[in-house]
Design a protein around this ligand. Structure first.
Ligand code: AMP
Length: 118
C-alpha cells in the first residue's frame, strides 16, 4: 500500500499541521527549507495529471489555510508538485510541497536549492 495512504490512515506516524475531511498537511521527513510541508488528498490520486478540477479547487483553499497557519501568507512561499518520472516524483500519491521560511533560490534541476539558505 502507498506510503501516503498509510499516513492518512495513521498506520505510520506523521507530524501533522492541519487536517480536514479531505486533505492532510504534514512535515516532510527530509526538509529542504526551514518550513517544508507536504499537502495531500486523503483519496489516493497518483499524480497531478490525474486530479480533477473539483479536487484542486477544494485543495487550493486548504493549502491557503495551511500557509496562513504556518505564517507564510505574508512573506510568501513556494508551492511545487512533481508530476511523474521526469518531474522527479518519488511517491506516487499526489502531493504539493509547501516551502518557506527563507528567501528561496531558484535553480532548474537542483532539488536542494533551498538548502543553502536554511
Ligand atoms: P516527491 O519527490 O515529490 O515524490 O517527494 C516525496 C517527498 O516525500 C520527499 O520530499 C520525501 O522526503 C517525503 N517523504 C517520504 N516519506 C515520507 C514520510 N514518511 N513522511 C514525510 N515525508 C516523507
Amino acid at each position: 500500500m502507498c506510503i501516503f495512504c498509510k499516513i492518512v490512515n495513521h498506520e505510520i506516524p506523521s507530524n501533522r499541521v492541519l487536517e480536514n475531511e479531505h486533505f492532510v498537511a504534514f512535515h516532510d521527513v527530509n526538509p529542504i527549507a526551514p518550513i517544508h510541508l507536504l499537502i495531500i488528498p486523503k483519496l489516493h490520486v497518483e499524480k497531478f495529471q490525474d486530479v480533477t478540477p473539483k479536487m484542486m479547487a477544494d485543495m487550493t483553499s486548504f493549502i491557503q489555510e495551511v500557509a496562513i497557519k504556518m505564517g507564510l501568507d505574508k512573506n510568501g512561499y513556494r508551492l511545487v508538485t512533481n508530476n511523474g518520472e521526469d518531474g522527479g516524483q518519488e511517491v506516487d500519491h499526489l502531493h504539493f510541497h509547501l516551502l518557506g521560511g527563507t528567501r528561496l533560490k531558484w535553480t532548474h534541476l537542483g532539488g536542494n536549492d533551498a538548502k543553502s539558505s536554511m
